[in-house]
Design a protein around this ligand. Structure first.
Ligand SMILES: [Zn+2]
Length: 493
């Protein structure tokens, strides 16, 4: 009997946050024993040889004493990570007749092997299984570490495997397929602060509500201790939850970013990211030798909060402009490019000057005019052009400590109603379409253009904010008082 000593199984890789199927073809032929992997493998794939060899041996299988050639196709697709181990090991066993090669038809195998044959979780399983169904895969074997995310995929038979032997037994028809537990999304808001904790600062609270209602970017300027950080941290608590589609998109990002072995938390809470001011360009928009998503992507559909915004490097602030404008980050690496989504709401908190007390009644500012100018230059310019709402927060006064703020839940309801109103009226969230402004409203706006010499961009910003204010009061037309209020949320920085 002649064995056709060749077997094919599917594996997958990730570029950006998208999964791509890879054919793992294994050929055994006569000759001096050797083990080659071809098809653009990176370092991790080459290391996989050692792991696969040891895992097979330590699971009680013989490593073939033949020429073993593994081809990862298509060859021009960049392949990263250790997720190919399981597919390579199963391919070798099938080529050697331990598993019938037909049993691998339509099977996607994902997982890193440990030397004893255990199967470890890998990054990007959700995008991988998402790519599987259109690629003709009907069954996927995934590591137990990744069962939650794999369980989100529809129309595919998912088997959870802990050990190479489990996978082999499933394919031999001896073992039972272990299905993932049902997917559960966290719905309880967890880590965020509540507006109940915020004292005073009525106008900044109002600005936060408008920002939430229109997904506007927001700048809070004020002296240390006035509550900027606390207020910003309350924003997620007044944002309506993610839709299921948005939650899946967010989960794809974290599936790629978190590294694989920690279980992915599936949540309907909007992401809130607060990178330190020492952040680098790569940390902010993504990058590295094996590109990973940056903060602006980890904040997708949520909030990116830059505390002490004036302390960030100018370059780091500047690179945010494009992703905020376009909703995507494109990174070009040697010979290939990746794209990450970055639809997020930016909140900046800053002191008015390096010492923090410019314009304060509590303490005198000790900064020179030049210090203040250079500090503000870093903040201002093109990035601030994308910040619709800019508010000044004064120092707290003693009477503020006696008042208790309205809880987040009440505010969230108004924000939710404003979203509904905007949707019902076909208000596009992020475009510059000219909204429906009343005659009186237009008169107020024209007056402001003359008085404050508003630029065309400033007029657009004012109209956008006024439209959100109108939505918050369930109005169909933008009235004079909506425009007037919108005009108060601008600072001459
Ligand atoms: Zn100062």
């Amino acid at each position: 009997m002649i064995f056709l000593m060749i077997a094919t199984v599917k594996a997958a890789t990730v570029l950006g946050i998208q999964g791509f199927l890879v054919d793992v073809e294994v050929d055994l032929s006569r000759g001096l024993p050797s083990f080659e992997i071809v098809g653009l493998p990176d370092v991790a794939v080459r290391e996989s040889r050692q792991r696969v060899r040891a895992a097979l041996k330590n699971s009680g299988f013989e490593f073939p004493l033949q020429r073993v050639t593994v081809n990862l196709a298509p060859g021009d697709l960049r392949k990263v990570g250790s997720a190919f181990d399981l597919a390579i090991a199963l391919g070798i066993l099938a080529a050697g007749g331990v598993v019938e090669p037909e049993k691998l038809t339509g099977v996607l195998a994902i997982g890193e092997l440990s030397l004893d044959g255990g199967i470890r979780g890998v990054a990007g399983v959700l995008p991988m299984v998402t790519a599987a169904v259109p690629g003709g895969v009907s069954r996927a074997l995934v590591p137990a570490d990744n069962e939650q995310e794999a369980g989100m995929a529809d129309d595919i038979d998912i088997g959870v495997v802990n050990h190479l032997r489990d996978a082999v037994e499933v394919l031999q028809g001896i073992g039972q397929l272990v299905r993932p537990r049902p997917v559960q999304f966290d719905t309880e808001p967890t880590m965020h602060n509540d507006l109940l904790e915020v004292r005073g600062q009525l106008s900044a609270r109002r600005a936060l509500e408008i920002a939430a209602a229109g997904r506007h970017n927001l700048l809070l300027v004020g002296p240390p201790g006035c509550g900027k950080t606390l207020l910003a941290r309350c924003l997620p608590s007044i944002l309506p939850p993610l839709s299921i589609d948005e939650a899946i998109e967010v989960a794809q990002i974290y599936s790629v970013a978190k590294g694989g072995q920690a279980p992915l938390r599936l949540s309907l809470n909007r992401p809130f990211r607060s990178p330190h001011h020492s952040s680098t360009v790569a940390g902010m928009i993504g990058g590295g030798i094996q590109p990973l998503p940056g903060e602006v992507t980890l904040a997708h559909h949520g909030v990116l909060f830059l505390d002490e915004a004036g302390e960030f490097r100018r370059r780091v602030l500047d690179v945010l402009r494009q992703p905020l404008e376009d909703g995507v980050v494109s990174l070009v690496r040697h010979g290939y490019s990746v794209t990450y989504p970055s639809v997020c709401q930016l909140v900046l908190a800053a002191n008015p000057c390096p010492c923090g007390f410019l314009g304060s009644t509590a303490k005198d500012c000790i900064c020179s005019g030049r210090d203040v100018a250079s500090y503000r230059r870093r903040l201002s310019g093109p990035l601030l052009d994308r910040v619709d709402l800019q508010v000044w927060m004064g120092a707290l006064e003693s009477r503020d400590y006696l008042t208790e703020g309205e809880p987040s839940q009440a505010v969230r309801e108004r924000v939710y109603n404003a979203w509904q109103h905007a949707r019902a009226n076909g208000v596009p969230q992020d475009t510059n379409t000219v909204p429906n402004v009343s005659k009186e409203g237009l008169a107020v706006l024209a007056g402001a253009v003359r008085k404050f010499q508003l630029s065309a961009r400033a007029v657009t910003r004012t109209q956008r904010v006024a439209r959100t204010i109108a939505c918050l009061s369930q109005a169909d037309t933008i009235q004079a008082d909506h425009i007037a209020e919108a005009l108060t949320y601008r600072l001459a920085l």
